[in-house]
Design a protein around this ligand. Structure first.
Ligand SMILES: Cc1cc2nc3c(=O)[nH]c(=O)nc-3n(C[C@H](O)[C@H](O)[C@H](O)COP(=O)(O)OP(=O)(O)OC[C@H]3O[C@@H](n4cnc5c(N)ncnc54)[C@H](O)[C@@H]3O)c2cc1C
Ligand code: SF4
Length: 505
């Protein structure tokens, strides 16, 4: 029997889908949330580096994507999570607004970062709401690249003594380190297992605890877990989705509803639309532009482990500082380089598990010695949208990723500059990058814009081709900027939710 008792079906419960559910919960609409994974259990393993990094306990076991760059088309296990809250359960909760300039076209060494169809001012009030919803801590005015804004809802997280010392050293280098904007809730004990770990205390601001659970206290919101959306079907004209085919606990269910909101993450939302090809949408649903799956971006990211053999690092919570001095231009170039931020403490097991093959032969105590003196940094640069960087699916529905990084010279310049600075501060540095397989900041596969020929979604994230289909995850980004994407996904989901309330419900 088809299910018909819902007004809105939201597919995916991460940053976009969870926020949308929270925003629509207070309406009279009967909302169904469809999530392929389950709740992440609260258990001691949440904070175990062995469970999270060595055993990959919370990553989908059977998920393999195909790397299309090579002739051999090797498969890889993507760095992603399926469960209530999506990837936000594991994020580092660094919740940045895009810089005002990110909404404009910006010239990079490797090409143009395109303009967004909306300006910063259109999103600013929703950033305010997003920061309140996710309890973001920070200090307005401390970061010279911040867009115009009022105070943060919560005060900045104080630096640990060793980090405060490094911040002063960075200032004496002429830089402007600022408190990292962080989403943390009451009860946070500022532990050393935050970024990439689920919070055992539910004190991290993420979509499960901030959005989905509060939404479920409303009688009009229903959640199906272990429910995988296989495809969406339209009426014969192809202009309205009429139903979703869901595999729920192994059983096929068809859900009919007047409104569908897809929020599966940039890769899986594109894959869902491509799998939903039909006689009227031959190349995939809502794909008259041919851009569904195209323009995939993921940030260029390098971890720098800075070691000082004369100083132990006794910091527990280290992720408190951001340096944006090279965001708009580098010290030796007029082009943008990107952002530097301190990271959570990298533990010995993580260093060993993530090192190249030869590093895995190094005994754990040696890694422990290194980790005890290391301060960890993340260096991140903008990835530019290229049509040839794209997601496709094959006849068996498997996901293929064809992706070559660009803007590499700028990223390398930022890594070199950061290493130079850290050396002047007395550190020896080693770098590590997941390269093209780092799918954590995936975005851009269903770009939003005014022109249906050059975009998939309109500026309110409704598909140009299908009138009752919206997408509210990281897919809509026309450019990736160089700050973490989460808060922008949340802010746009809130903006779209208001639009849906006003026009569809
Ligand atoms: C380790 C890590 C650290 C990060 N740190 C930060 C950070 O500090 N700051 C920041 O801003 N960003 C961070 N990110 C990135 C951030 O988590 C993502 O940008 C964000 O979660 C993307 O939101 P989304 O709504 O697009 O997708 P997701 O949050 O991934 O949600 C997608 C949801 O859809 C579900 N789903 C997928 N396919 C289907 C289907 N077919 N049927 C049903 N359900 C489906 C998934 O299970 C998931 O729940 C981090 C990511 C990771 C992995
Ligand atoms: S730092 Fe706070 S929010 Fe993060 S995992 Fe630890 S207790 Fe949870």
């Amino acid at each position: 029997m088809p299910e018909t008792g819902f007004d809105v079906v939201i597919i995916g419960t991460g940053a976009g889908g969870g926020t949308m559910a929270h925003a629509l919960a207070s309406t009279s609409a009967r909302v169904l949330l469809v999530e392929r994974g389950d709740f992440v259990p609260q258990e001691p393993e949440n904070w175990s580096p062995e469970a999270v990094w060595r055993d990959r306990r919370y990553r989908p076991r059977d998920e393999r994507w195909i790397d299309d760059r090579r002739r051999l088309k090797r498969t890889f296990r993507p760095y992603t999570h399926y469960g209530v809250g999506g990837n936000t359960k594991f994020w580092g909760s660094a919740l940045f607004r895009l810089r005002r300039e990110d909404f404009e076209a910006v010239e990079h060494a490797d090409g143009t970062s395109p303009a967004w169809p909306i300006k910063y001012e259109a999103l600013a009030p929703f950033y305010d709401r997003a920061e309140r919803l996710f309890q973001v801590h920070g200090e307005a005015g401390a970061d010279p690249t911040d867009p115009p804004r009022g105070p943060f809802p919560c005060p900045p997280v104080p630096h640990a003594p060793r980090i405060a010392e490094i911040v002063e050293q960075l200032r004496s280098e002429g830089l402007h380190p600022a408190p990292l904007p962080l989403g943390l809730r009451d009860g946070c004990i500022l532990c050393r297992t935050c970024n990439s770990f689920p919070c055992q205390l539910h004190a991290k601001s993420e979509a499960d605890v901030c959005c989905v659970r509060p939404a479920l206290t409303h009688a009009n919101v229903t959640l199906w877990t272990n429910a995988f959306a296989r495809r969406l079907d339209t009426d014969p004209s192809g202009t309205r989705v009429v139903s979703a085919e869901i595999e729920r606990n192994g059983t096929a269910v068809t859900v009919h509803a007047p409104l569908f909101i897809v929020a599966c993450g940039a890769v899986n939302s594109a894959a869902l639309l491509l799998r939903s090809a039909s006689a009227v949408h031959r190349n995939g649903l809502a794909n008259s532009s041919g851009l569904v799956g195209a323009r995939y971006m993921a940030h260029l990211a390098t971890m720098i482990s800075a070691f000082n053999r004369h100083r132990k690092n006794d910091t527990v919570f280290q992720k408190t500082v951001a340096v944006n001095d090279y965001y708009h231009a580098g010290p030796r170039t007029p082009h943008p380089l990107g952002q530097i931020q301190s990271q959570g403490r990298t533990q010995a097991v993580v260093l060993k598990s993530e090192s190249p093959w030869y590093g895995r032969w190094i005994p754990l105590p040696a890694w422990e010695w290194w980790a005890s003196g290391a301060v960890d940094w993340l260096v991140m640069s903008e990835d530019l949208p290229r049509p040839e960087n794209r997601i496709t699916i094959d006849s068996q529905g498997r996901i293929h990723l064809r992706y070559r990084q660009n803007n590499v010279a700028s990223h390398q310049a930022l890594v070199r500059e950061t290493s130079r600075i850290l050396k002047r501060l007395g550190f020896f540095t080693i770098t590590h990058s997941l390269g093209t397989r780092n799918t954590t900041h995936q975005c851009g596969t269903l770009v939003f814009g005014d022109d249906p020929r050059t975009s998939v979604l309109d500026p309110f994230c409704r598909t140009h081709d299908v009138e009752n289909l919206f997408v509210v995850d990281a897919s809509f980004f026309p450019s990736s900027a160089a700050v973490n994407p989460g808060l922008t996904i949340v802010a746009q989901a809130l903006r779209v939710a208001d639009h849906i309330r006003d026009t569809c419900l």
